[in-house]
Design a protein around this ligand. Structure first.
Ligand SMILES: *[C@@H]1O[C@H](CO)[C@@H](O)[C@H](O)[C@H]1NC(C)=O
Length: 316
């Protein structure tokens, strides 16, 4: 045993802050050092590094990172340094009003959050941007998709395991009538069910509907709806059924074919790294027969690649 005590978290965060500051000095930034430190620190360590940085250098670490890094690496590291709510809020704002509008990303985030998470997002969104989330949705989405999102973020959903089986049966009957005599009512039926019911209810509904009609709920949604509205309903259903599978699918879409959807790749890897990325990786391999790290490796390069691969390898 050495006579030295183990360095406390405080001192190691201090060392990290000093090393980061050194990496920023001189011509260009030593991105390898930045990646090597930050990709291997957990949320509480990252917070304490930011505090130490502020104390030691009277400077904001995120601002420095924004100044020193570029492109996708910058995007990924800055998202990594934020809290889950801050990430959602900034990504939603970007997706709804940024230079590249990405309504799908906004829809994916909203439809996979609980109503209490959405309430927190709304509470932070308005003071941060001087605009309410509702307003940005109102301005940048349209038609039934808009109607749906506004209802979805306004309603408080139960998210426990209890199910009202009479209501499940009623919902299954209502959906079974959809498409029989095409009407505006069909839309309202989907909107009501998918904005008001819990995940447990939707899973039970899919099963009762299948027994009743011989049809799959997902296929019925695909047939009866379209565009971003369809995407919202399918996202909710898929996420209720299995979040891991949902994220594996989103990652697959972001990486298959020519070109890469880096924003989505970054968003999913960064936001799931400390939650269930390992499970997503296993699901990805099972479903698509390719290791996710290999896919990420082939779609990215340089320090950006190292950073994402470190998240996939995360033991911190
Ligand atoms: C973060 O890492 C530190 C140091 O390894 C550890 O003590 C702490 O429990 C970790 N926190 C979380 C939330 O994993």
């Amino acid at each position: 045993m050495s006579t030295f005590t183990k360095p406390s978290m405080q001192t190691s965060s201090r060392d990290d802050a000093v090393q980061l500051n050194r990496a920023f000095k001189g011509l260009g930034c030593d991105a390898a050092v930045v990646v090597n430190i930050l990709a291997h620190r957990n949320a509480s360590q990252r917070d304490s590094i930011q505090q130490e940085y502020e104390t030691l250098f009277s400077d904001d670490l995120k601002k420095q990172l924004a100044h020193e890094l570029h492109g996708n690496l910058k995007k990924a590291v800055l998202l990594w340094m934020k809290s889950p709510i801050e990430r959602d809020v900034t990504t939603l704002r970007q997706a709804l009003t940024g230079p590249i509008i990405d309504v799908k990303a906004a829809t994916e985030i909203i439809c996979t959050r609980t109503s209490s998470q959405i309430r927190q997002i709304k509470q932070v969104y308005a003071p941060t941007f001087g605009t309410r989330l509702e307003f940005d949705i109102e301005c940048h989405t349209s038609d039934v998709h808009k109607k749906f999102l506004l209802a979805f973020i306004a309603i408080t959903r139960y998210d426990g395991p209890e199910i009202d089986s009479v209501l499940v049966e009623d919902d299954a009957k209502a959906i079974n009538k959809i498409g029989v005599k095409k009407s505006g009512e069909d839309e309202s039926t989907f909107i009501q069910i998918f904005t008001e019911r819990s995940s447990a209810h939707l899973i039970a509904l899919a099963s009762v509907f299948h027994k009743m009609s011989g049809k799959e709920l997902g296929k019925t949604i695909k047939r009866e709806t379209s565009g971003n509205f369809k995407y919202a309903l399918l996202t909710i259903l898929q996420y209720a059924d299995d979040p891991t599978k949902h994220y594996a699918t989103v990652l697959r879409k972001a990486t298959k074919g020519l070109g890469t959807d880096d924003s989505t790749l970054i968003r999913i890897l960064v936001t799931r790294a400390e939650i269930d990325l390992q499970k997503i990786e296993e699901e990805f391999l099972k479903k698509y027969k390719r290791p996710l790290p290999e896919v990420v490796h082939s779609e990215t390069s340089a320090h950006y690649r190292t950073f994402l691969l470190s998240l996939l390898d995360s033991k911190y």
